[in-house]
Design a protein around this ligand. Structure first.
Ligand code: SF4
Length: 232
């Protein structure tokens, strides 16, 4: 048995991404086709999966396998069963029919596909979830190396969308800007309302971690009458 990449005819190996694949020079290409439930098979598949997960051309590989309905082996870090599941989701959603501006929709296994699933309320497959996690980690790493120039920039750099329309804070517990410390909900409130909050800023969406500006309120908004009486 041969590796899913190395088994291809010579003319098909010309595409650059394939030659950059972590599997293209591996001494034991059979591990990308390990099947069965023996300890050795599982170990081989785990090794192949780990290499796929760190592979620089993973997204291109997965896209190719999905587009060409590759039936066997591990491609782009996904097994045959996982790829079949993605294809079923695509077909159920009529993905092949839906195009924006003439461009095909982003392939599963990419951050754009994850965002689309969230937006449309579609099931989220493992590949998209992993791509989103990777992209978020990269975004956080980039953000941690840059000093924000405004509270808005600080907020944008340290938040990520959650399923259900919530927003999670991914930065430090007590972010600071221009020498002042905040808590994340205060930042959300200030950049949205354009004023300092009165009292504590809490959210009312049922997700205690959510910092979506529309989901947070200060004392003046939660108890407007009491706040006015106190101020009078
Ligand atoms: S993602 Fe996996 S199968 Fe695809 S090129 Fe990379 S190592 Fe090979």
């Amino acid at each position: 048995m041969t590796n899913s990449i190395n088994s291809l005819p010579a003319e098909k190996r010309k595409m650059n991404w394939r030659l950059q694949g972590a599997c293209s020079t591996h001494p034991e290409p059979d591990i990308w086709h390990a099947t069965g439930s023996t300890a050795q098979s599982r170990s081989d598949l785990d090794e192949a999966l780990a290499l796929c997960n760190g592979c620089p051309v993973r997204e291109a590989c997965l896209d190719w396998a999905l587009t060409n309905r590759e039936a066997y082996g591990l491609w782009g870090g996904l097994t045959e069963a996982e790829r079949r599941r993605i294809l079923r989701i695509r077909i159920a959603g009529g993905e092949s029919e839906r195009r924006r501006g003439g461009r095909p929709l982003a392939a599963c296994g990419t951050p754009s596909a994850y965002d689309r699933h969230v937006k449309l309320g579609e099931p989220i497959d493992d590949a998209c979830r992993a791509a989103h996690t990777r992209a978020s980690a990269e975004k956080r790493a980039r953000a941690s190396q840059q000093k924000p120039t405004s509270l808005e920039a600080l907020f944008k750099a340290h938040t990520k969308r959650l399923y259900g329309g919530h927003l999670a804070w991914t930065g430090p517990v007590k972010p600071s800007f221009k020498g002042r410390s905040y808590n994340p909900k205060q930042v959300a409130f200030i950049i949205d309302r354009g004023r300092e909050p009165v009292g504590r800023v809490l959210n009312d969406c049922g997700n205690s971690e959510c910092v979506l500006p529309a989901h947070v309120a200060d004392e003046a908004e939660r108890h407007p009458t009491a706040t006015k009486q106190l101020a009078a």
